[in-house]
Design a protein around this ligand. Structure first.
Ligand SMILES: C[C@H](O)CC(=O)SCCNC(=O)CCNC(=O)[C@H](O)C(C)(C)COP(=O)(O)OP(=O)(O)OC[C@H]1O[C@@H](n2cnc3c(N)ncnc32)[C@H](O)[C@@H]1OP(=O)(O)O
Length: 723
């Protein structure tokens, strides 16, 4: 339900002059809703008509100016909308910007989206130096819809405004001041008085009464604007080829520069409305809320537990994963004890961490000074002596169950009794790892994705014995190191790898049936994945792919597809990107090109599989290839839900996006599946099952939902209530 309001206080200063302070009150981020706008319009009318009020200061409650329009209201019609008898854009243009009394925005905390648009319609803006300002609407598949596309270029110039809108890049108050978006910086304590004074100075014509929409001084000529905008179009097409909204945003900006701000505003309203109704926007808004819901775990985060502070973490194993995890931790101010088995491995681990940090500096994500400080937080060790006072250990050695068991026994001996004992295993059962300890309640999975310092997901795995406190602590750690957590239960492959094991298997099955493997990679990349399944196998390495494949075969023998393709390439030392020879060959710059040797292995694998190409395989379109790879993933995701490995379908959407690179503008694996319908997926799987065997057999969860007409993502109680 929509909520929110504004409050107005008319304060008479020592100078005897009255200023109206209007405050947006809609916690937690003071989002704009139609209720807020109705209340704002009412207060504006009063402030503009009252003779005693000389100027207006606009602000937000609790140190947050405004986080933008209420996103939750986008997809639901509201009766409040009808009660606001002008559009939000008209309100800004006529009441705020066109008002007969000056308004100054006093910005603390954040001014995002509609919040910044509101501020830009004011006659001046004052902020704190750390305030966050931006127009991140494109992240939601929409464009700014309250004049942002027109006013931002007029305040900060075209190139910077494009960067802020197209890349959804927000800036701090200090930078905003240097760009001219903010007129003056004030401390949080002085902000309101400084804004009041500024507003009165405007009223007294001691400062300019600036109407942003009419400014042209920062706009380039039409010719120059077209060149800049065309360049931006090319970049947008390259970076996000499957979505329209960045291009629409550029068109709307262009309209305002070429045909004037009124034409720009009209086009903005029309396009914003159309985009709000698009599937892309629905998907991205789903992702926004799903991401926030992921850290809310029923029975864990709602029972009043307070996270304990994790200040010092030990990592066992300084390989690729261990050093990546260490990088993520020290970059976020957590002290790390990195343990290896000998000097040589330890030095290699520390060097890898240094290299990771140097890459961050090169990309501008960290300063040289920040890197120095982070490295001071890394201590390399060969023994367990320094483990005594760590808050948590993350074991990150090779996937060897008995070695892990031994390490967990050692950890139990050396660490404090309340130290969290986590493993970064991607497949091994947690019960097995902790079998020889008496510490089952503090054992959990902290599964990072490679490269751990970059990938945004942390899969937190719990067993029935893991204490809720440990899960709460891990959720807090995830937040500190800026990862999105998903909490799942224990099983082979947990949620992410388990869901996706049929993906590469389906790809290999298709190749064995006669499909060109490079065509599969291309179709999947065009669908929006960062790379195709064969390029992914190369990246992961054939050794790892074969080992995890064997695990799945052992756990799920009836639905695994077994091929000789990878084992026979592995036999000939074709191991993937690490050896520069896999399905692709790699040059010195790691550029991939097709490996001419692959044909002979494919030929052999086809021969051994005994399949003969059929007419259906010959006629497959790229869309069919996408479905044949992803519907088995959807099927496995259904099993993961059915078995309670994951408690919310939206967690699997987030896991697929952040762990596997599934395109966020498709909303995640199950959200995407639901756009096609359970019945369609069921009938496609059934057809392939009849033709190509049990690998495609739909699971009970999917069958039941297809028969009863439920979507895959709906909670069953919710689904039942629809009956
Ligand atoms: C017409 C206009 O052009 C259209 C618009 O304005 S569209 C909206 C543009 N604004 C945005 O995109 C901002 C989206 N929000 C954010 O980026 C971040 O939430 C933030 C930077 C504001 C705050 O981040 P942070 O402090 O980490 O808190 P975060 O957990 O993300 O959000 C706190 C709560 O506010 C909610 N929230 C944040 N912004 C919201 C918004 N614009 N509408 C509705 N709810 C919002 C979140 O869902 C969350 O709710 P929960 O506690 O129930 O899970």
């Amino acid at each position: 339900m929509e909520k929110g309001k504004t409050e107005m206080a008319v304060a008479v200063g020592e100078d005897g002059v009255a200023v109206a302070v209007i405050t947006v009150v809609n916690p937690p981020v003071n989002a704009l809703s139609f209720h807020v706008l109705i209340s704002l319009a009412k207060h504006y009318e009063e402030a503009l008509t009252r003779d005693d009020v000389k100027a207006i200061v606009l602000t937000g409650s609790n140190g947050r100016f405004c986080g933008g329009f209420d996103i939750s209201a986008f997809q639901s019609p509201t009766s409040a909308k009808e009660k606001l008898n002008i559009t939000p854009n008209e309100f800004l243009t006529y009441y705020v910007e066109g008002g007969k009394k000056p308004t100054v925005a006093a910005i603390d905390g954040l001014a995002l989206g509609g919040g910044l648009e509101l501020a830009m319609a004011c006659h001046a803006r004052l902020s704190t130096s750390y305030a966050q300002l931006g127009l991140p609407e494109l992240q939601l598949g929409i464009i700014p819809g309250m004049g942002g596309t027109q006013r931002l270029p007029r305040l900060v110039g075209l190139p910077k405004s494009l960067e802020m809108m197209i890349l959804s890049k927000s800036i701090r108050g200090k930078e905003a001041h240097s760009l001219g978006l903010i007129d003056a910086i004030a401390s949080p304590t002085d902000l309101m008085s400084a804004a009041r004074l500024w507003a009165l100075q405007i009223a007294d014509h001691k400062r300019p009464w600036a109407k942003t929409i009419y400014r042209t001084d920062k706009l380039p000529s039409s010719k120059e604007a077209r060149e800049i905008l065309n360049f931006a179009r090319t970049q947008a097409r390259k970076q996000a080829p499957n979505v329209m909204h960045p291009l629409v945003c550029i068109d709307v900006i262009e309209e305002g520069i070429i045909s004037g701000p009124q034409a720009g505003l009209i086009k903005e309203v029309k396009c914003a409305k159309e985009l709000q109704a698009s599937q892309t926007s629905k998907s991205l808004i789903h992702v926004f809320f799903a991401q926030r819901a992921a850290s809310k775990v029923p029975g864990i985060t709602n029972i009043g537990l307070v996270p304990r502070k994790i200040k010092k973490v030990a990592i066992v194993g300084g390989g690729l994963m261990g050093s990546g995890i260490a990088t993520a931790l020290i970059s976020n101010n957590i002290l790390v004890i990195l343990k290896e088995i000998n000097e040589k491995f330890l030095q290699a681990g520390i060097d890898r961490v240094r290299e990771n940090l140097e890459n961050r500096v090169k990309k501008g994500h960290m300063t040289q000074d920040g890197m120095g400080k982070a490295l001071c937080l890394l201590i390399g060790v060969l023994g367990y002596e320094q483990f005594r006072d760590v808050n948590m250990v993350i074991e990150a050695i090779i996937e060897d169950a008995s070695l892990k068991q031994q390490i967990f026994c050692d950890l139990e001996k050396y660490c404090n009794s309340d130290c969290i004992l986590a493993t970064n295993t991607s497949t091994i059962d947690l019960h097995l790892i902790g079998q020889k300890t008496a510490s089952q309640d503090r054992i959990a999975g902290a599964h990072f994705f490679s490269p751990a310092q970059v990938m945004p997901l942390l899969e937190i795995v719990r067993t029935p014995n893991t204490s809720p406190q440990v899960v709460v602590d891990l959720l807090d750690l995830a937040k500190k190191i800026r990862k999105t957590p998903v909490v799942v239960n224990n099983c082979t492959g947990f949620a992410v790898n388990r869901m996706f094991f049929p993906y590469t298997q389906a790809a290999i099955l298709l190749v064995d049936h006669g499909v060109d493997l490079y065509r599969i990679d291309q179709a999947i990349t065009e669908f929006g994945m960062p790379m195709g399944p064969f390029r992914l196998i190369d990246l992961v390495g054939f050794g790892v792919a074969a080992a995890t494949g064997a695990q799945y075969l052992q756990s799920f023998p009836k639905r695994c597809y077994k091929s000789t393709l990878i084992p026979s390439m592995l036999q000939d030392k074709q191991t993937g990107e690490a050896s520069r020879m896999g399905f692709y060959i790699y040059d010195d710059k790691r550029q991939a090109s097709a490996n001419p040797e692959v044909a002979k292995y494919v030929e052999k694998s086809r021969r051994l599989s005994g399949f003969t190409p059929d007419s259906m395989i010959a006629g497959l379109r790229d869309e069919d290839l996408v479905e044949m790879l992803f519907f088995p993933v959807v099927n496995e995701a259904c099993r993961v839900l059915d078995e309670g490995i994951s408690v919310k379908s939206s967690d699997l959407d987030i896991a697929s996006i952040m762990g596997m690179g599934f395109p966020s503008y498709r909303g995640g694996i199950l959200f995407w599946a639901d756009t096609m319908g359970t019945n369609y997926i069921y009938s496609r799987l059934m057809t392939w099952c009849e033709l190509y065997g049990g690998f495609f057999k739909p699971c009970n969860y999917l069958v039941e939902r297809a028969i009863r007409g439920f979507s895959l993502g709906a909670q069953i109680d919710q689904a039942r209530s629809q009956l």
